[in-house]
Design a protein around this ligand. Structure first.
Ligand code: HEC
Length: 503
């Protein structure tokens, strides 16, 4: 079943990106001198003094988006390279700032998760070429659930971050026109950047103890479990949930469980060291996860996760020591939003693939060194469920650094519904893609249906993520890659959010 993929040039080898970066949380080295010169190094530093006269800084909260994306009346390149002319359009104050505040500043703010800010004219102008290129190839804003020749997802996705054609063109025209500022006196009101945090949490609780991580010999991957007391005095139904990783340098991923019996309450300081791959207690229900790039989990209307009074939440934390320094996490926290009204559907997550439920089409799972178009695929036949109705509301694909493309689908007879394809896999941008529809319109799962997951890997030095992963281990030639938890191991795992109808 290793069918030819017919992909001439993989996206990560295409010459469209202005430069290759290391995909760590900092800009490419080439960008540093420039940033430093502007006093714009990442991590919450204030922009260089001076130039910003404040007229575009204060966001007024007005909608401000009108006219930003229609591209009308924009002359684009007029040949003049002078960035300071006041009448060339599109310009920053009228056109670009409103778009950037809405779509980029949630991350590209001082102290945000992106390595540089786009909050003021100077910094945005510095990056205009790279901005145009990144939005053109669709790598920014980060969004990896794509429609392809072999995948037309059944429903639109919630919070789809993709820009429209006119917006992409506007940023290209701004760059080719010399990134003019326009007259700050004409600045339009800027939209409030949308928040990336869970709205209206009912409770936010932080870990009780601390965890220290440092490489031990060649071992860099560690599994520790954290127990949280959400503090609900009655049974509740959770409809929103956010993992707040305490130290992003070492948190590789998090699995979230409900520990109904509150066994984990016995752990000293709420920490169970080296708890292995699960919840570290007898029985627990997987309800979600966090991986780099994740947004808060929000369940569709009418779906909730059951959280009995007295139950605990357990995080299975996969920590990865990326460098040789000793790193501490003492701040990982959990935010939840709940209601006491019983929902029509109860949600949970199923892990299908390797390592999860399902059978490999062609065992064993092994990716030879230097293989460039290697496929591993699995199938899972849905058993008799004994419940009236089950629907898929979200899907998260998961691989590590060798993966380049993953497709998850549901088949019934000859009908194949592609649930999610992530053809430009980037370990740093994983998320749960939820559908934007009524729960009753989401794909139904029936006994006998087959979930297929197919993962494609490039285990060669042509894959920048492989180069990085090898370098971390002090290696420079590709290795045979097996199934496992480490960053130089691989997975082919779909986390599927399912809603089970209860009445
Ligand atoms: C969800 C957070 C997020 C949003 C939204 C976002 N970015 Fe980014 N951006 C990042 C992060 C993090 C990086 C660092 C590189 C990486 O991790 O991929 C980055 C990197 C970049 C880069 C540098 C890429 C390179 O390596 O040369 C550019 C340019 C960029 N973003 C532009 C934009 C623009 C323009 C928008 C809005 C249209 C946007 N980003 C929206 C998080 C975001």
């Amino acid at each position: 079943m290793h069918r030819a993929r017919g992909r001439a040039t993989p996206w990560y080898r295409a010459k469209v990106a202005p430069r290759r970066h290391t995909r760590s949380a900092s800009p490419s080295p080439a960008a540093w001198p420039l940033l430093a010169a502007l006093g714009l190094a990442c991590g919450g530093n204030e922009p260089a003094a001076g130039h910003d006269d404040g007229s575009e800084g204060g966001s007024s909260g007005a909608d401000g988006s009108g006219g930003s994306s229609d591209g009308d009346g924009i002359s684009g390149a007029d040949g003049s390279d002078s960035g300071g002319t006041t009448d060339a359009r599109p310009d920053w104050v009228h056109d670009v700032a409103p778009l950037v505040f809405e779509h980029c500043v949630p991350c590209h703010a001082d102290g945000g998760i992106a390595p540089f800010s786009l909050q003021d004219y100077d910094s945005a102008a510095t990056w205009s070429g790279s901005i145009a290129a990144q939005v053109q190839i669709g790598l920014m804003p980060p969004w990896h659930a794509l429609t392809t020749d072999e995948c037309a997802p059944p429903l639109p996705f919630a919070h789809d971050a993709r820009l429209g054609e006119a917006q992409i063109q506007l940023l290209a025209d701004w760059n080719s026109g010399g990134a003019p500022q326009g007259d700050p006196a004409d600045a339009v009101p800027l939209p409030e950047p949308p928040s990336l945090d869970l709205a209206d949490p009912s409770a936010t609780v932080a870990m009780g103890g601390s965890v220290t991580v440092a490489p031990q010999g060649g071992v860099r991957d560690f599994f520790h479990c954290l127990s949280f007391d959400p503090g609900n005095s009655e049974d509740v139904f959770v409809d929103g949930l956010q993992v707040l990783p305490g130290n992003r340098a070492i948190v590789h991923h998090v699995l979230i469980y409900v520990d109904e019996g509150a066994e984990s309450a016995a752990w000293p300081d709420g920490v169970s060291h080296d708890c292995g791959g699960g919840a570290g207690v007898g029985a627990a229900t997987l309800v979600g996860g966090w991986v780099p790039g994740s947004m808060p989990i929000e369940l569709p209307d009418g779906v909730g996760l059951t959280l009995p009074a007295g139950a605990r939440i357990v995080f299975n934390m996969h920590y990865h020591a990326g460098d040789d320094s000793e790193q501490v996490d003492d701040a990982t926290a959990l935010s939840m939003r709940w209601s006491s009204t019983m929902p029509q559907y109860v949600g949970r997550f199923e892990l299908i693939g390797a390592p999860g439920a399902g059978e490999l089409d062609d065992p064993p799972f092994s990716i030879p060194a230097d293989a460039t178009d290697h496929v591993e695929s699995l199938q899972y036949v849905v058993p008799e469920l004994g419940v009236p109705e089950v629907r898929v509301f979200s899907v998260a694909n998961h691989m590590h650094k060798v993966g380049v493309d993953m497709r998850t689908s549901l088949t019934r007879g000859s009908d194949d519904t592609c649930l999610l394809q992530t053809p430009r896999w980037d370990f740093n941008w994983q998320r749960l893609y939820g559908y934007d529809a009524d729960i009753g319109a989401m794909p139904e799962v029936l006994p006998g249906d087959v979930v297929h997951v197919r993962c494609t890997y490039d285990n060669s030095l042509g894959n920048p993520a492989v180069v990085d992963a090898l370098a971390e281990q002090g290696l420079d030639t590709p290795q045979t890659v097996a199934l496992g938890e480490g960053s130089l191991d691989e997975m082919c795992l779909a986390g599927i959010g399912v809603a089970v109808r209860v009445f």
